[in-house]
Unconditional design. Structure first.
Length: 251
């Protein structure tokens, strides 16, 4: 029996009679570059909340590497290896990327109390921060205040902070939202360069970005998965064109 990085089984969630997520099942393979797309109102935001523990499904189960996490709070899921980036930046504008990553590493290691003291002088954490910033393409701006970075670089920093917690799977909530096209292409290149030890699930509505990123795509419509397949299969699926892309769309 295969163990999936993340598995949702018959999830349901709603408000009164309105079903926002309706019998949704999803499997994300270990090491995958998987994308979830869907039109506005399809239930993407609610699904993210269910996966990360900010909401608990009314029906169904969630498993992370085979372990049931359905009722776990967000912080417990993080400790088990489930990380996420946010659609809206939650950064310290006056800190540098290097300092921000050091803080995230200190928080991960349980040494964030009195955080201004241990940041300097911890050679191991300093080396890890430098390596992570280089990996995500921010080495050249590591010591510039975050507010002075290009928006695409700020989004990369948000992802770097999530990676600092050493997730086994990282949920990417519209990572290129508001990012200029040339910067979003670079952002995706950096994501694709991450090691396969980190499973990636990207949730977005930007078809160009999704097709550039994903080897596997799930299409969310009306709170459930309409179809799943390779980019080529999704691009030629008539039902996807009808409900998401539009009859005259070309991808």
């Amino acid at each position: 029996m295969s163990v999936w990085a993340l598995e949702a089984e018959e999830l349901s969630y709603g408000y009164g009679a309105q079903r926002v997520i309706d019998g949704l099942s999803l499997r994300v393979a270990v090491g995958a570059r998987h994308a979830l797309i869907g039109p506005n109102g399809a239930g993407k935001t609610t699904l993210i909340h269910l996966l990360t523990g900010f909401q608990i499904p009314q029906k169904g189960r969630l498993r992370l590497w085979g372990a049931d996490i359905t009722d776990l709070p967000p912080e417990a899921r993080v400790k088990r290896g489930l990380g996420r980036s946010f659609q809206i930046n939650q950064l310290f504008p006056n800190l540098t990327p290097r300092t921000s990553v050091r803080l995230a590493l200190a928080e991960r290691d349980g040494k964030s109390g009195g955080w201004w003291k241990p940041l300097a002088g911890d050679a191991m954490r300093e080396a890890e921060a430098s390596a992570l910033l280089a990996q995500i393409g921010l080495a050249s701006v590591a010591d510039i205040e975050t507010r002075r970075l290009a928006y695409g670089q700020q989004r990369l920093l948000d992802i770097a902070l999530a990676l600092a917690l050493k997730p086994k799977i990282l949920l990417l909530d519209e990572p290129a939202a508001g990012v200029p096209r040339d910067e979003s292409a670079a952002l995706i290149d950096h994501l694709l360069a991450l090691p396969s030890s980190v499973t990636l699930l990207l949730i977005d509505h930007d078809m160009d970005l999704v097709f550039r990123f994903a080897a596997r795509i799930s299409v969310l419509v009306a709170g459930t998965i309409l179809v799943e397949g390779s980019p080529a299969e999704i691009a030629t699926n008539a039902e996807v064109r009808r409900v998401y892309l539009g009859e005259d769309s070309h991808v």
